[in-house]
Design a protein around this ligand. Structure first.
Ligand SMILES: [Zn+2]
Ligand SMILES: [Zn+2]
Length: 423
């Protein structure tokens, strides 16, 4: 009983210590309030549960912490408490609370890593030749196994790299792939590597859900299995984390998009992975209006021979007021969600002459290189009388542009600043 009281006393001291540490410095306070909004939320509750679990483990490893029998705390106990607290604080990684979606730059192909703490899912693996780069990316992020692997469809630019990746990386829980009428070499190789790991690809049914790491995956397509047109066998799924969500579409084209709309599924999403690398055959207006994304990511190769992304798609995205990120211009794009908002960082900043439908924003994190400010000009929209930085993703069509050489010129001409790029 005495030992229990002592353990309780130490636990209380440790918690008090933590609470004071958390309230003392603003950096710690930001960690304690997981959403940084000053209110206790479910994210904060998860944090408390994790701290409690670590506290429990730490106390178990200090079984000798009852240093005396007088039932009072001693300086030895205090040192134990400090050591426990130090362990908890060093073990806590604020990034673990965030959902990270990495749109890995694999040229004209798809490869997306979903990561939240130790929970991971890989959606496609790029072309065969991309496997080494993807493996080193995973290694760099400390990913040694994958909870789930999704092969959206059997085209080489999606399934190609998976064979070699999965020869090195362990699968923990499951593999998803659609039925396919065309067994490409890449697909066969993928299946045999998956079997070697003791799994077999499962075809998810529309409406099925999967929960892991505090996230939910909702499978939306394919609805009918047109095994001949591989793009329309693409697994389409929505990943929901708090109030934010991501719609992954593989290479789904208009027919599959319309079937998914007809299924009545809730398609609304914060971020859309644009279908089929920005091909005109995907991202129909109807699909886009059902999703109403705030952001879109196009995984596409620089100067690819298909002409992707096509102007028609970029213009639909512009009409829907979607902020676009492109792997051809920006390299790997990483979206970070805290369950409320999504922020982006990119490998590189596009040149101001690059396609205006895609550019970095003020929301990009510190890992993004700042836009060049040499010879700063401002671009106004003749119709809306809003002016932007040349790097703003919401630049008007070239025909509607007017250029100002200074901010004052724009303001004096009666133009107001864009709320997005805040020039
Ligand atoms: Zn395809
Ligand atoms: Zn593709």
């Amino acid at each position: 009983m005495k030992t229990q009281n002592k353990a309780l006393a130490i636990l209380m001291s440790a918690l008090l210590f933590l609470m004071s540490a958390v309230s003392c410095s603003s950096a710690s306070a930001a960690k304690g309030d997981a959403n940084g909004d000053g209110k206790i939320s479910s994210a904060d509750a998860r944090l408390v549960l994790r701290v409690a679990a670590q506290l429990d483990k730490a106390i178990a490893s200090f079984a000798d912490c009852d240093m005396d029998e007088n039932g009072r705390l001693t300086s030895v106990d205090a040192r134990v408490v400090l050591r426990i607290a130090a362990r908890i604080i060093t073990a806590y990684d604020p990034n673990e609370e965030l959902l990270l979606v990495h749109f890995i730059d694999v040229g004209q192909a798809d490869c997306i890593l979903v990561e939240r703490g130790d929970y991971t899912m890989l959606i496609d693996g790029g072309n065969v030749a991309d496997a080494p780069a993807v493996l080193s990316y995973l290694q760099d992020k400390g990913v040694v196994s994958l909870d789930y692997v999704v092969s959206t469809h059997a085209h080489e630019d999606h399934v190609g790299g998976l064979g070699r990746i999965l020869a090195e990386i362990e699968i923990e829980n499951g593999v998803f792939a659609p039925k396919t009428g065309e067994k490409t070499n890449a697909y066969d190789n993928f299946c045999s590597v998956v079997r070697e790991q003791g799994f077999s690809p499962v075809t998810p049914l529309p409406g099925e859900t999967l929960s892991f790491g505090g996230m939910q995956v909702r499978f939306l397509g394919p609805i009918t299995e047109d095994e001949k047109r591989l793009n329309n066998t693409s697994i389409v799924m929505k990943l929901v984390f708090g109030a934010t969500s991501f719609l992954f579409t593989g290479d789904a084209e208009r027919d599959e998009e319309l079937e998914i709309i007809d299924s009545g599924a809730d398609l609304s999403a914060t971020v859309l992975k644009v279908g089929h690398h920005g091909s005109e055959s995907s991202t129909s207006y109807a699909f886009l209006w059902n999703i109403m994304p705030k952001y879109a990511v196009i995984s596409v190769g620089e100067n690819n021979s298909y002409g992707h992304p096509e102007d028609a798609v970029l213009s639909r995205l512009r009409d829907a007021d979607v902020q676009v990120y492109r792997t051809d211009l920006q390299g790997t794009v990483v979206a970070r969600s805290d369950g409320k908002t999504v922020r982006f960082s990119t490998d590189k900043t596009p040149q101001s002459g690059d396609n205006p439908a895609a550019s970095t924003t003020q929301e990009t994190s510190a890992t993004t290189t700042a836009p060049t400010t040499a010879a700063q000009t401002y671009i106004g929209n003749k119709n809306s009388h809003v002016f932007h930085l040349p790097t703003c993703p919401n630049l008007p069509k070239p025909s509607n542009r007017v250029t100002f050489n200074s901010r004052d010129d724009a303001v004096n001409a009666g133009y107001r600043a864009c709320g997005n790029c805040k020039p």
